[in-house]
Every structure is written in structure tokens, then in C-alpha cells.
Unconditional design. Sequence first.
Length: 277
Amino acid sequence: MRNNKTTELVLTALFAAIIIIMAFTPLGYIPLVVINATIIHIPVILGSLFCGPKKGGFLGFIFGLTSFIKNTVMPTSMSAFVFSPVLAASMVGTSGIFKSAFICFVPRILVGIIPYYIYLAVKKAVNSEKKTFWSTFLNLLIGIFLFIGARAFLIHVFEKKPLPFMVVCLISLAVAAAVFAALEIYTMKKSGSVCAFVYAGVAGAMINTILVMGGIFVLYQDAYAKALSVEPGAVLGIIGGVISFNGVIEAIVAAILVAALGIVLSKLKPIGHKQEK
């Protein structure tokens, strides 16, 4: 028990250090031709899985804190106020303190909590008596998600010279089908850990994107529109584009990295219900 606690504390400190380094250096992003995919949430998700939801929530707070500091001290855009209660207070008044604090911290803390329970639920489902049904169902969802991401990626890559609609769909379908087949083969031969890691990664990334962008729309629609020099009515389309493109791409990247790193780390420390007791 003592060794387990020590391991968790060491991992928590390690993940916290990685988050800080990623937040203030280019290491927190992966260039993917059309976007720089954020990966700062990866150590938060892994911390949730291997250290438990309490320490995962703490790591999420560290993620939010780095975002607050960076956007307050080194703002890189006019919309930095949505992550900085200090800047928000000067722009929209006292209410901005609470709005920006929510956007900056709450989604990131949840990134450190929810993936843990997603992992346990998915692993339980694919290791149950209905393993074939659940593994195929979940793998199919991953395939659909990947189809959407691949299609969005191709549309953006060939934005100036668009590919025919059917070509884009066929390429996206081929990629999704290949991944679905690979996951089916793997999950039938192995335990449900890989599928569970994939879903934990997707959940963590999408929680961050949806809650942050959703929070901006609900709490800062007019101020955000002013910062971007667009009409307030255009904000929904902008946010929808970020979620459907950036969000999906980052979720796919998160799924791959969390699964790859999770398989390695699980050999050193298993994931279980008794982590924080």
C-alpha cells in the first residue's frame, strides 16, 4: 500500500512538471499541417487514470492555473481574457472574474476526473459476458468518430483545391474501416484496456474542448465577438467549427497517445478502484 501511494505521488509530481513544461514551451503542441494540436491535457488524463480522480482533478487545476498565468502575463490574442479573470475584470467588470475562472479551471479539472470513470466503465463492458457486442459497438463509435475527423482534416488540407465529395468520403471511410478492423482484432485477442484507453483519451480531450468553447458561447458571446471583430451571431458558427475540427483532431491525437502511453504505464502500475483509498 505504501509503495502504491509513493508511486502515485511520484507520478503526480511528474505529470505536474510535464504540464508546466508543455504549457510554457512549444512541446505542448503537435503540428498537424493545418493546426497545432494541443496535447497539454494528455498528462492530466494519464494522471486521472494512474493516480485516481482526486489527483487527476489536482492536475487539471494545474493545467488551468498555467492557462490563467500564461493568458494574464503573456496574452497572445484579443480573446485571452476568457482564460484570465484579471483581464476579464478590466474588460467586462466584476462578473468577468467568475466567468473566466469557470472557463479556465472547471473544464480542466473535469478532464482530470471523468476519464478515470470512462476507462473503468468501458473496460468493464468489454470484459463482460457481452464482450463481443460491447467491443464491436464501441469500436464502431470510434470508427465513426475517426471518419468525421478524417473528413474534416481532408476538407481543411485541400481547402483551396477541394477534392470531390465522394473522394473525401471514401478516403475517410477507408481510414475509419482500417482502424475499426484493427481494434476488432486486438480487442478480441486482448483485454479491453486498449479500447478503454482510447475512450478515456477521447473523453478527456472533448470535455476540454466542448466545455471551454461552450462556456465562451454562453458566458462571453458578445465580448468574444468583439474581440474577434465579428458579429455576435457569427460566434456560434466559429465555436462549432473549432469543436468539429480542432476538437475532433485533438481527440484523435489524445486517443492515440493515451492508448500508447497507457499500455506502457499499465505494466508499471495497474489501474484499479482502490487507488485513493
